[in-house]
Design a protein around this ligand. Structure first.
Ligand SMILES: NC(=O)c1ccc[n+]([C@@H]2O[C@H](COP(=O)([O-])OP(=O)(O)OC[C@H]3O[C@@H](n4cnc5c(N)ncnc54)[C@H](O)[C@@H]3O)[C@@H](O)[C@H]2O)c1
Length: 414
């Protein structure tokens, strides 16, 4: 039994799902094979990923592969009620309501896990966290799973070190076909898409501060520069900082950047990146947002505590009026802006990320009984296959190594 906000929203959700399906050719190819081969026959899969149209498509593909799919979100603000209703109408058990509080969000995850999944797809590690704690009783059939994002993999590796991982997990984020494209180009485009339509302001001519020059930060900084912003990068890793400098970005500590930025975007996967002492020196009407997985990068609670007034300015923008009269603007409560105030990554990007998910889950279903409760890398063949399928879908081809070239690269004699 699904739990969604309003079934009458289903037609709009169905349209969104149909739209993205037309732009996800790699996943469509996998779906065709899954339909014939049914690799998940008899298996139940719980999926906790941002509950929007591309994720819905992944759910449908897994169902074509014979799975009993149970779908939920991974962030209360990224769930789209129309898509959730559409999936429920299509007969996929779906548990998602936009904007529920944290207790309501966790309750929906728990409802999802009652299916006692054989396989899970996690995005940020919330299912694993429940299966290792409050929901341990629903893990009796657990074979393994896949993790979508950098932050989730940090948590998995910490659990692996502490020997409390409930099942083998695949680090989908670490596949080339995932983070090279999704984290960089996906977050780069979708963060700006969300910031621009939410604020309806110019990017050109603004000073943009990007915190973290990892995969996501690189994409966000690159696109800001492309739109004419003056971009400052803050980092804690000297080599990432050097890399940003080589790309002609200014690099400085947040204490300095806070004084000059017009728009701040965090993408570190860390906590308390922008805190009270930074708010103290920011310009009037500075805009703050986050593209990292959790809403702990901008200390919104501290900002609220030091503000005289907290007020709604526009959809997904809250103003915080400080005692000296300055107003600081926070987008989407400091939750990942591209999903909480936007539509997430473009379909073509999620085509690759979810192709990795689908093939990694298939691999896990085939190999789980020979695996330990550890974090596994996505096999290179899967990565390679997706890269080639995607190129072909884009009408591109590349050169092949000749046997002579392969021997040259593999040997020392020449
Ligand atoms: N918004 C999205 O759609 C989306 C997509 C993919 C990943 N993510 C999330 O974005 C975050 C970043 O992912 P990534 O793949 O870029 O990770 P990454 O590890 O490649 O990059 C993170 C960078 O932040 C830097 N950093 C860490 N703490 C810092 C601090 N206090 N100040 C400044 N810099 C700091 C690190 O040195 C590193 O270079 C994660 O939470 C990840 O889960 C979001």
């Amino acid at each position: 039994m699904s739990i969604v906000k309003d079934m009458s929203l289903a037609p709009s959700g169905l349209q969104k799902i149909q739209w993205v399906r037309d732009f996800m050719p790699a996943l469509s190819g996998i779906e065709e094979r899954f339909r014939r081969e049914k690799p998940f026959s008899g298996l139940t899969i719980a999926v906790s990923v941002h509950l929007e149209a591309k994720t819905a498509n992944l759910g449908l593909v897994l169902r074509e592969g014979g799975a009993d799919v149970h779908l939920t979100g991974c962030n209360p603000l990224s769930t789209q009620d129309d898509v959730a209703a559409a999936m429920a109408q299509l007969g996929v058990d779906t548990y998602g309501i936009h904007g529920v509080d944290m207790q309501g969000y966790e309750d929906l995850l728990v409802e999802t896990l009652k299916c006692k999944p054989h396989l899970i797809v996690d995005d940020g590690g919330d299912l694993i966290s429940l299966l290792g704690g409050r929901c341990v009783q629903y893990g009796e059939r657990l074979m393994g799973g896949c993790e979508e994002t950098t932050t989730g993999i940090h948590r998995l590796r910490a659990r692996e070190r502490a020997r409390i991982l409930p099942c083998p997990m695949m680090a989908v984020n670490d596949a080339k076909a995932k983070h090279y494209y999704d984290n960089k180009y996906g977050t780069g485009q979708s963060s700006w898409d969300a910031i621009m339509h939410t604020t309806n302001l110019m990017v050109a001519g603004k000073t943009v501060v990007v915190a973290g020059y990892g995969w996501c930060g690189k994409g966000i900084a690159m696109r800001a520069k492309g739109m004419g912003a003056d971009v400052i990068v803050t980092e804690v890793d000297p080599f990432k900082a050097l890399e940003a400098t080589m790309e002609n970005f200014r690099v400085m500590p947040m204490d300095e950047a806070a004084k000059v930025g017009d728009i701040f975007v965090t993408a570190t996967g860390c906590k308390n990146v922008i805190v009270e002492r930074h708010f103290q020196v920011m310009k009037d009407n500075a805009i703050l947002c986050n593209s990292g997985h959790f809403d702990c990068e901008v200390d919104v609670a501290a900002l609220a505590a030091m503000s005289e007034e907290r007020f709604s300015r526009r959809a997904n923008i809250e103003g915080f009026r400080l005692k000296d009269g300055r107003v600081l603007n926070v987008l989407a409560e400091g939750r990942l802006v591209n999903l909480a105030a936007g539509n997430g990554h473009p379909a073509e990007i999620m085509d690759m990320s979810f192709a990795v998910q689908a093939l990694s889950l298939e691999w896990m279903a085939q190999h789980w009984d020979s695996l330990e409760k550890r974090v596994y890398e996505v096999p290179e063949e899967i990565d390679d296959q997706i890269g080639r399928v995607k190129l072909a879908a884009m009408g591109l081809s590349i050169d092949e190594l000749t046997p002579e070239q392969k021997a040259y690269l593999a040997g020392w004699e020449a």
